[in-house]
Design a protein around this ligand. Structure first.
Ligand SMILES: Cc1cc2nc3c(=O)[nH]c(=O)nc-3n(C[C@H](O)[C@H](O)[C@H](O)COP(=O)(O)OP(=O)(O)OC[C@H]3O[C@@H](n4cnc5c(N)ncnc54)[C@H](O)[C@@H]3O)c2cc1C
Length: 340
């Protein structure tokens, strides 16, 4: 006999925890399934933009977490520093292992339940309910299934029949340097960049982007002399995907959020804001009884716009304009702040 529950969420990352927390707070009976034991590692630069932490403050006002504030920003192109600016509002750099665990604890504090298991498949029943099967053999029936299972989402794979092409990123923890974050673009990196982000106990250096292979990324990081940087806690170079191919689920009661839905920013690859925002929008859709496409309309519109902006930004003309624009740091500051 399958256990009956209102909402089953696959994945306890930021998208799943925010959605679960809001649902539980409204009295909805919901469970999060994740195969990882928390606190778990997540390969990530850990940069929370002001729009991300302000939204989080709105949706989870009681949340406390550690972070390092950084507002000095260096923009580089092909090895040359184009400009350095101080942003009006700092980014908050978080340790994802602790941060994600804090979010999950908020869900548990409002009576949420977490199940350590793996998603296997779902089936739509004649009565409109969804039966979710887990790898352990356990089954649950629910009104809504939320796929918040990250860039390699199995829920998305079942919905659209195949895996999406993800963008590969690789990064390593190294000893702390200057308290500034660096983005370096290049005509040779295709759609992506090299980055160096200060964090609480270390810096995170990495690179990646669309169509980048692991050997290409290693070669970028070799040029940046990553091997000469001091690794922290025996950390090694590790890779993970970010999916930026946005998917609209055709099934009304099966909703994809966060990386599972391919919501990260197509130009900057910022994913945390979109994980939180789509988690909140899935909650709104369920509570208000509207479909997710309506509740998440603004973000779908933004994603369509990003396709064009990204194509232009990473073109030769786009990168040339960035070089020219860097003579006017106020312009770069404004452009960055518009998006963050
Ligand atoms: C190298 C790198 C650097 C990044 N830097 C930044 C940054 O600085 N700022 C930023 O905003 N974004 C950044 N991102 C993107 C950001 O990490 C993601 O967008 C964000 O983690 C998405 O959250 P999520 O909740 O959708 O998925 P995730 O955080 O990936 O969580 C998914 C959860 O699902 C679980 N899961 C997966 N499959 C299953 C299954 N079959 N059954 C059960 N559980 C499952 C996993 O264990 C995991 O806990 C970066 C990403 C990468 C790869």
């Amino acid at each position: 006999m399958a256990k009956a529950i209102d909402v089953v969420i696959i994945g306890a990352g930021p998208a799943g925890s925010v959605c679960g927390y809001l649902l539980r707070k409204s009295g909805v009976n919901c469970v999060i399934v994740d195969y990882a034991t928390f606190p778990r590692e997540k390969i990530c630069g850990g940069g929370l933009t002001p729009k991300a932490y302000e939204l989080l403050q709105d949706v989870m006002p009681e949340l406390q977490y550690d972070y390092q504030s950084v507002n000095h920003f260096k923009l580089m192109l092909d090895g040359e520093t184009l400009c350095e600016v101080d942003l009006a509002k700092a980014l908050r750099m978080v340790r994802r292992k602790d941060f994600d665990n804090r979010l999950l604890q908020q869900f548990l504090a409002v009576g949420g339940e977490i199940l350590k298991d793996s998603f296997s498949h779902f089936e739509k029943q004649k009565d409109g309910k969804i039966e979710v099967s887990l790898k352990s053999g356990k089954r649950m029936t629910c009104d809504y299934l939320i796929g918040a299972d990250g860039a390699n989402s199995q829920v998305r794979k079942q919905l659209i029949g195949h895996h999406l092409i993800n963008t590969l990123w690789m990064e390593q923890y190294v000893a702390k340097g200057a308290n500034e974050f660096i983005f370096e673009f290049s005509r040779h990196y295709k759609t992506g960049y090299y980055y160096s982000f200060p964090n609480i106990d270390w810096d995170i250096v990495g690179a990646g982007g669309a169509y980048a292979s692991s050997s290409e990324i290693r070669s970028i990081l070799k040029q940046k002399k990553i091997r000469e940087m001091v690794p922290v806690n025996d950390s090694v170079l590790r890779g993970a995907f970010i999916s930026v191919d946005t998917v609209k689920s055709g099934e009304n009661h099966v909703i994809l959020i966060g990386d599972a839905g391919g919501f990260a920013n197509k130009l900057t690859y910022e994913g945390l804001y979109y994980a939180i925002a789509t988690g909140r929008n899935a909650y709104n859709a369920i509570i208000e009884g509207v479909d997710f496409i309506t509740a998440n309309h603004e973000i779908f519109r933004k994603k369509r716009k990003e396709v064009f902006i990204t194509r232009f930004f990473y073109s030769r003309l786009g990168l040339w304009l960035m070089k020219v624009g860097a003579h006017y740091p106020k312009l770069i500051k404004k452009a960055f702040e518009m998006n963050y």
